[in-house]
Design a protein around this ligand. Sequence first.
Ligand code: ZN
Length: 195
Amino acid sequence: MNLSGVNKKFILLHHFFGNVSWNTKYNIEFKGLNEGSHNFEFEVDNTFFEHFEESLVANGVVLIKVTLEKRSAFIKLHFTIKGWLELTCDRCLDNYRQKVKHETEMFVKFGEKEFEEGENIIWVLPEEHFISLAQPIYEYTTLSIPLRHVHPKNEDGKRNCNKEMLEKLNDYMHFENEEEEITTDPRWDALKKLK
Ligand SMILES: [Zn+2]
């Protein structure tokens, strides 16, 4: 068997798919870069999020500025994430644009395997010439989402929630509470007192 032929075919296929893949535009070719600082900019929108099945976000526009610091033994990446993401408001259930902002650092180290574990370290093979940032960009963008999803306040300090929907939800909640009161069995109350 001609192994070199097989390898060559594999490499060509890999090369071909690598070029047409959606995430190559989030790669940084670092091999040819001089030591020192280099700036990169990326933008993500709905076409980016649709590649992540588990994504909490489907829509948004986020700009990611990356400062790459190349050293002989490692690469340091500083991320600044800024933009908006479409979320569902916990109060009125309407969608709204959540402004997001996040800053973080990541280290790229070289080795055949992972020598140390860390949240912000990725290991790449010594012969590798690029780093793929699609996954880290997705994770950092998701991390920038606040815990509470609620419409932002307008100039008069009131939230831009859907008033009609809030009223409907309010009525429904009252209705639920009333039902609960009615269905409470008095015998249970007696038992609770015994405890
Ligand atoms: Zn709302």
